[in-house]
Each structure stands twice: as C-alpha cells, then as structure tokens.
Design a protein around this ligand. Sequence first.
Ligand code: PEP
Ligand code: MG
Length: 563
Amino acid sequence: MRVAERRFVGRGAAPGLAEGPLFRLRPAGIERVARGDASAEAALLRAALATARDQLAELAAAGSDEAAGILSFQVALLEDPVLAEPALAAIATGEAADLAWKAAMAAEIAGYKAAEDEYFRARAADLADLCERVLGLLAGAGAGAGAAAPPPPGAILLAEDLPPSRFLAIDWSAGGGVALAAGSPSSHVAMLARARGVPMAVGFGTVPDEIAEAVPAMLDGGAGVLVIAARAATAEALRRAAGRRDARRAQAGRFLRLPAATADGVAVRVMVNVADPAELETLDVAMCDGIGLTRTEFLFHGSGGPPGEEAQYAAYARILAWASGRPVVLRTLDAGGDKPVPGLTAEGESNPFLGVRGIRLSLARPELFRVQLRAMARAAALGTVRVMLPMVSVPGELAAARAMLEHEIADLRRAGIACARPSLGIMVEVPAAALCAERFDADFYSIGSNDLTQYTMAAARDIAAVAALNDAANPAVLALVARTLEAGQARGVEVSLCGDAAGDPGLSGMLLRAGLRTLSMAPAAVAEVKQAIAAITLGAGARNAPPPPAAHPGAEPNRGGPP
Ligand code: PEP
Ligand code: MG
C-alpha cells in the first residue's frame, strides 16, 4: 500500500534540498553492568574523561576550522576539573561512576537549558553530547555516540536533537539531511550543517511515531519543510522551488555588503529582523543599515519565568554592540496568537489571534511591561534605540505605553541610572491602526505585513488551506500600506515594513512603488532583496528621499544622572 503524502513545517536552519529514506536517529542505548569500589569508579570516570578529550581533539583536528572551533568548546569543558567535581563527590559517597556522571551532567544541562540567553540554551546539546560520549566510554561502548546503528547513505535523519560530534561522525558525502523535532538554527550543529552544505530544518515539534522508517522523504532546509512520500507533482514543485532559490542565492551573494539602491539610484534602507541574538554572531553588520525588528519573545522562553531588568538590559546591550551605531528597533513582548508563552499568555481563548496578545497583554501585565520598558530605556543610552509596540489597535494603547515609559525614565533618572528616551513607534498590523494611522502619536510606523495580511484577508497565517488568500500583495492589503504611508508623510515620520513581504524579492518592486524606502527582513533574505532592488527602475517621480526617522519631541538622550 502506498504511504500517504504528509507535510511538516518547521524552521529552516541550513538551506538546500535533500531527498532520501527517512531514518530515525535514536540515542545510543548505554547499559553498564559491572561496578567497582569508590576508588575504582573514580579512576574509571577520570580515564573516560581523558579518552573523550582525546577523541574529540582528534575529531577536531580531522575536521574543518568550523568543526574544530565547535569541538574545542567540549574539549575545554573536559579540561576544566570543575566539570567532574560533582560526579566525583557522588562517587566518593558510593555512587557508581555512570550514574554519578549522568546525574551531575543532567543538572548541568538543565542549567544551560534554563539560561535566559539563547546562546547558552543552544549549548545544552553540546553538553548532552559530551554526557553520552563519556557514558558510552564507561560502558565500554567505544566512541559513545558511535554505538548506535549508522544511518544509510543519503538518509534524512529525524531526531529530537543532534549533537555536533554525532553530526561529524556521519558520512555526508552521499547527501542526506537533518530534520529535528527540537533544535535551533543558532545551535552548533546548525552552523556545522550550513558550513558542510547539509540541508537542515529544526523545530518540527513531534513528528508522529507511526511514520515508518525508510519511507522516501524530501527536506527543504531553506523553507523548513519536510515532506514524507511526496507525490510526483509535490516533489517536482519542491525541486523547482529549491533550484530557483539555489540559483538566486549563488548570484545574489555579491550584493550582500553593498548599500541597496534601485537601478535609477533611489537609496533603500535594508534592515534585519532578529529573533535570537545568537544569530548575529555569524553575521557581518556591514550587510544592513540596522535592526528593523527585534522579536524580544526569545527572552521569555526560558523555564525560569519572565526575565529581569538586568538580563533584558544585557541582551539589548549585546544587540546594540553588534549594530555598531546603527539604529535598533526593539519590539516589546509580542506574546500570544502564534507566539504563546506558557505561563504568560491566556489559556483557552477561543481565538488567540484576536485575544490578549501583543500590547494588550503588556498593558494587562504592567509589572512585566515596566521591567521591559526600563531595560529598553537603559539600552537607549548605549545607541540609537527605537521601541516598537506590537498589535496596537487604538491610540489609547500607545498613549498608555508612552505614559509608562515616561514614568520609568523619570524613575531611572531619579535613581541616577543611565538611560535615554528612545523614540516610540507602533507596528501597523491591525487594519484599524492602518486606517486611522494619522491619529496615533507615533514616532514611527512599521508595517507588520504578516499580521496585517491575515487580519485584512481573514486568512490565518498558519493555516495552509487558506494560504492563497493570505496574500500580502492583495490590493486590500496594499491599500492599507498606502494609507499608512500617507499618514507617515502627513506627520513627517518614517514608515517601514518588517513583515515577511519585505524579504520576498518578488515583492520588492511593488513595495518600493508603493513608496516604502525602509524594509526589514530575515538576514538570509538580504542579498537577494538587494539584488532585486538593483534591477528596479522607479522613474523620476519616485526619487524623493524618504522622511528622516523622527524622534518624539523631547526625545533627547539623557546619558545618565538625574535631571
Ligand atoms: C508581522 O506581523 O508582520 C510581524 C513582523 O510580526 P510577527 O511576524 O512577529 O507577528
Ligand atoms: Mg505581527
């Protein structure tokens, strides 16, 4: 019987199309039977740690610079005597080496997983890898990770997560790809996959267990799509789309660091969207004119509850340091809708997209909102910060947020804490805000075309069956974009667009002709959008310079000290 076609959507982590049999990668089952006395167990653990160190150093020497850099993190951990201390202490009380090591590493891994910083959360996989390798050695299973059955050549690996050393132990010369139920595009293994050209997608959630192994699969690592038992037409469409993307990417690379301008010389500001500051580590700031959207939700996903002011300030400071003087738009928490935050967003709403999300949630939880506003005002003393409010529907929401921001700035100044007044703008993603944009006392507008499209077209952004209706190029959506631009012009403030439409090179001409001159997009889209812009001729009537980004009256920096 032919297996029915199934499609799973995750997040792209390493571009390219892989086709091959599906292979479920399971953790190596490691059982240890014999046990010795405390000194023998301690000696065993020390020997296993030394061997693991040698194995990893060898693997690093044989691999690329990228691999060496990543594995050296594990080697450095192993060389630090502090790592083994809790396990050795447990062994001294009579615990077996493997159980002591497993428990000590579980605590260490949980600490990394709970970190507020995504960078450290992503390193949890490296520690888990290390833990398994040493357990394998204690059980006499050789290379630890190598104890599991190797995947067939060219297979698409399906796993919960994948440690870097296991990725490196696989022969990718026959092709293949990686689909992870968990994982992150900023993990070490994703960096390795990009460097090796192995397509990878992450964040599929649970892929049902009943999907048989060896069934033919296709993985589009750029789009983050996994298709099982693709029909001929689906397979062809995936191949064509991936082929087009590969060709475009190859040609577009030379535009990456050039300033964006149309064929007839109209300058366009190209900014990047950031959902996770760890992404910035591998990016050259010269590719963009600043950060047009920071999705600060990443701060709220740790298991330790909402982040405090210091943690938020540190994260924003890191982003500003990367931007090196370029403007940075920090969006306040946009939880809810398609971005639920457990413990924070309302449960059981009949329609979360129309419920307590974005600014509505922030105003409903002033104790949390104030902390975020304080951290942002403090970050504003370090560079050009624009604070942006999501899901604004009525002017009163902006007015309430502005009053809270002012209150926190006054409080910081009284306490002698360095801060500055950032400009305060709104996302235009609710049709009500677009239609009445001039009534908002906003220092800037940024069109969120993802939500603006779904609310205008009454077609959810995450329901495939209405994807054709969810079209940012629909004249109804464009009318709201035009309406917002008119309001921006009338009030002398900048209008930008930061939804996915900004990163679609096929829409660049339409957006520039509508009057937009600032587009903010995923970093991966920058080169192709700049290339598309360079091919556009706008004509004489379109040469007006965009209005300068306006600051709210009185938005001068206050670099510290009481007034
Ligand atoms: C949008 O809605 O277009 C947008 C940029 O915000 P998000 O995708 O985070 O909802
Ligand atoms: Mg939105």
